[in-house]
Write a protein that binds this ligand. Structure first.
Ligand SMILES: Cc1cc2nc3c(=O)[nH]c(=O)nc-3n(C[C@H](O)[C@H](O)[C@H](O)COP(=O)(O)OP(=O)(O)OC[C@H]3O[C@@H](n4cnc5c(N)ncnc54)[C@H](O)[C@@H]3O)c2cc1C
Length: 447
């Protein structure tokens, strides 16, 4: 049986163990920084790791040059890249306060999602939804509108009810829908361009348990039933298997049944290796045969365990969100292009649904969308694949995930977000010297 986790943890081993070791450069002690996939490298001349807001304010005021906050480095785009001041929020982690009546909790911005699940559970709270891994920090996750899947379920930034922002001038601002609501809606998804977020209040719900089922089904059949399936399952996604007519389906349904774990075997890794080793012409037949002999899997877990996975092998990813109605055609065109161009990729796609929100720069601003992802193992150059696929997303009015590979800059982005220019005006007013900007952010904001 193939589980989703194993599907995405393919077996192409990468030797990245040296990436996080310290290196002493010839010009002094500089600890390089790399992102999760290993494709982005920087040599920050200072690492600011504040213990509290007071210290952060002092560090910002006492520093010169650019300031880039970083979370867990899980973005594929150079949002956090800097050779100046990297602000690491790891020491500002944990729960600050909670409200039993409203089911809200305020956490430090550097808290990892993986830590927040059990901590919230102790307070009788749980996040409504989660992305498919939980290594990200809360601030890093909301900064790019990180999301999971499910009808009526928003990206994480859509559940933020308040936050504290330290601006580049060292001002400390408490923002919520009643207090400076424009800045609040801009700051919820702001990829660290407005300042450093130190604490975040989330609207949560009571803890819940999910039954997770995975199976393989014909992609066209899954698409046909998609609208009903997202009604039937709280969280639902499909992972189309390229060079085939099949998809892996992952469905989570709320349950009160007892916890139930399954022993995971590494079929997925073996599967991807097997597919990768098979000539492209024969892959369809191979996957068809495998689909016929595979069964389904089932497990029951607490929501924060059930929704998240471990990724052992590194990859790069491109993801765009397209309007709901365009999802199926966009997906079909991607699959057809990969097949027509005989692109040698074995990694499944990902097709998810996310509800709309009122955050200015959320990919889901203004209404629900379907997000579609394409992956490439980090050992391979992603350009040949992504260069083919990205124009397809543009054709369907796609918005790029801020944290995933894309090539769009201000000239295109201003048409995708009604409040884009307002965001830029706000950014300039908070940061007239452009201290929060690196080259990538300047490109995004047209500076
Ligand atoms: C294996 C893997 C799986 C993923 N799965 C999903 C998924 O299921 N769904 C999804 O939507 N995305 C997913 N992503 C993308 C990931 O969730 C986002 O890129 C996210 O932003 C990474 O969070 P981070 O903590 O690593 O932040 P980083 O990547 O370090 O930073 C992201 C942004 O946040 C800003 N930032 C960080 N901390 C602060 C702060 N305190 N104040 C202000 N700005 C700050 C940074 O400046 C940067 O602009 C995945 C990525 C990987 C590698």
């Amino acid at each position: 049986m193939i589980s989703r986790r194993r599907f995405l943890t393919g077996s192409i081993a990468l030797s990245l163990s040296g990436f996080y070791t310290s290196i002493v450069s010839a010009v002094g002690r500089v600890t390089p920084w790399r992102n999760w996939s290993g494709w982005l490298l920087a040599h920050p001349r200072a690492r600011l790791a504040p213990l509290n807001e007071g210290q952060l304010v002092d560090q910002i005021k006492g520093s010169t040059g650019a300031i880039r906050p970083v979370g867990a480095g899980h973005s594929f785009t150079p949002l956090a890249l800097t050779d100046d001041n990297l602000v690491v929020m790891d020491k500002m982690s944990g729960i600050i306060s909670h409200d039993k009546e409203t089911n809200e909790a305020t956490l430090w911005a550097g808290t990892r999602l993986a830590d927040s699940g059990p901590m919230l559970d102790e307070l009788d709270q749980a996040m409504f939804n989660l992305p498919d891994i939980d290594h990200q920090t809360l601030a890093g996750a909301i900064a790019t509108s990180t999301h999971g899947t499910g009808k009526g379920l928003k990206s994480l930034s859509g559940y933020v009810t308040g936050l504290r922002l330290v601006t580049p001038s060292g001002e400390v601002l408490d923002l919520n829908k009643d207090n400076n609501s424009d800045l609040f809606n801009a700051a919820r998804v702001s990829f660290g361009a407005l300042g450093v977020i130190t604490r975040i209040r989330f609207k949560n719900r009571e803890p819940f348990r999910l039954r997770t089922q995975t199976w393989i089904e014909k992609t066209e059949d899954v698409l046909k039933k998609f609208d009903q399936s997202i009604e039937d399952h709280q969280h639902y996604e499909m992972m189309p298997l390229v060079h085939s007519d099949y998809s892996l389906v992952v469905a989570h349904t709320e349950t009160d049944d007892a916890l139930q774990t399954t022993v995971e075997e590494d079929y997925g890794g073996a599967f991807i290796s097997m597919v990768a080793a098979t000539p492209i012409m024969l892959r369809k037949t191979l996957i068809h045969t495998l689909a016929l002999i595979q069964g389904s899997t089932e497990a029951i877990g607490e929501s924060f365990n059930a929704l998240t996975n471990h990724r052992h092998d590194r990859f790069n990813e491109m993801e765009y969100s397209v309007p709901l109605a365009s999802g199926p055609d966009c997906l079909r065109e991607i699959l057809a292009t990969i097949e027509r161009e005989s692109i040698d990729v074995a990694f499944p796609l990902e097709y998810r649904i996310v509800d709309g929100d009122d955050t200015w720069l959320s990919m889901f601003a203004g209404g629900p969308r379907v997000s579609i992802s394409v992956h490439r193992m980090a050992s391979k150059d992603y350009h040949p694949l992504f260069d083919w696929i990205e124009p397809i997303f543009w054709k369907y009015n796609g918005r790029p995930h801020w944290g995933k590979v894309h090539t769009l800059g201000y000239e295109q982005l201003k048409y995708l977000y009604p409040r884009y220019d307002d965001f830029i005006t706000l950014q300039a007013s908070l940061d007239p010297e452009g201290r929060m900007l690196n080259d990538h952010l300047k490109y995004l904001l047209g500076k």
